[in-house]
Design a protein around this ligand. Structure first.
Ligand SMILES: C=Cc1c(C(=O)O)[nH]c(=O)[nH]c1=O
Length: 312
């Protein structure tokens, strides 16, 4: 039974990896991802300059998931390009993901120019959905800006590239966004980032639980899964077949992985549960997925990928 997958023309030994932002901030965390059963890793979204991020407390694990307002803390793009460059030598024949996010279209272009000038051979994940930079709107909810950014991106960058989207909650938005994305040679669309600006409070102390933005932060975990599956399936149904789907959101069991694949994902990312359990989670998720496949008589992901049945 194989859980390998293909994305952007590359084969990965396992269809599981981390979600950007989790276990990918520095070399120590990325080394743990590299040593895990994950098929590959994505770096923390990188900006032109290193950032310390928002004041703490800025992350809280909750019984059903997590809330975060990290504020894009990262070591800056050169740090991650150096790390991936080393890994491309240390562990060759493996493709890595570099997440990037600019604060405007010119910064996106500068980030991509740095990647082009480097020896990076992997896949770029352009984050259009960071909900936690005060005063910065969710690019993914501004359709005209998304179209403008993608037009510029594909004018300047020739390598494999996909985007990380926020969750959408309206069928019309799936239609409008898919119509925009189908114009571009995207390798993939990653659905979804956290649900922006949720609020988790402590009734005992009558207080919010994270400091930034008066306690408002991105929501992950169990709360997110139905929305994540809907976004995966909606874009799987609407996008041209050349644009694959990465499924992210609410994955903490082999069944959750199976559901994302059934909805149309080609790769599945793990965030909140990885943060809680650590990289050994990939051993457990892989084993649980294989058990489900075996019970159903499947030997490879292609046997069931995207084949969610509707009620006619
Ligand atoms: C890159 C910023 C993000 C952050 C963050 O750094 O606050 N948190 C998220 O849940 N999603 C993001 O995309």
């Amino acid at each position: 039974i194989s859980t390998k997958t293909t994305l952007a023309g590359f084969e990965f030994d396992n269809c599981l990896m981390n979600a950007a932002g989790v276990y990918c901030y520095d070399a120590a965390e990325l080394d743990q991802m590299q040593a895990s059963k994950a098929g590959t890793f994505v770096t923390k979204s990188a900006t032109l300059q290193a950032r310390t991020g928002n004041p703490e407390p800025r992350y809280l694990a909750t019984p059903l998931g997590s809330i975060n307002s990290m504020g894009l803390p990262n070591h800056g793009l050169p740090y991650y390009l150096d790390y991936v460059s080393q890994q491309q030598i240390a562990v060759p024949n493996k493709i890595y993901f570099q997440s990037i996010t600019g604060f405007n279209i010119d910064e996106d272009e500068q980030l991509l120019a740095q990647i082009t000038a480097s020896d990076f051979k992997g896949i770029v994940e352009l984050n259009l959905s960071c909900p936690n930079v005060p005063g910065k709107p969710q690019t993914g909810y501004d359709f005209e800006t998304v179209e403008r950014i993608l037009t510029r991106v594909f004018e300047v960058y020739q390598g494999p590239l996909g985007i990380k989207l926020p969750p959408y909650f309206d069928i019309v938005h799936f239609d409008q966004m898919a119509a925009i994305l189908n114009q571009f040679p995207l390798a993939f669309v990653n659905c979804v980032n956290s649900i922006g600006n949720g609020l988790f409070i402590d009734a005992a102390t009558e207080t919010v639980t994270i400091k930034p933005k008066n306690g408002f932060g991105g929501i992950g975990g169990d709360y997110l899964k139905p929305t994540a599956l809907a976004n995966v399936h909606a874009f799987y149904q609407r996008l041209k077949p050349e644009i694959q789907i990465i499924g992210t959101g609410g994955v903490k069991s082999g069944q959750d992985v199976f559901e994302h694949l059934l909805c149309g994902a080609s790769m599945v990312q793990v965030g909140t549960a990885l943060q809680k359990e650590g990289p050994l989670i990939f051993d457990r998720l892989t084993a649980e997925l294989k058990t489900i496949m075996q019970q159903k008589g499947y030997t490879q992901i292609a046997d069931f990928q995207g084949q969610l049945k509707h009620l006619d």
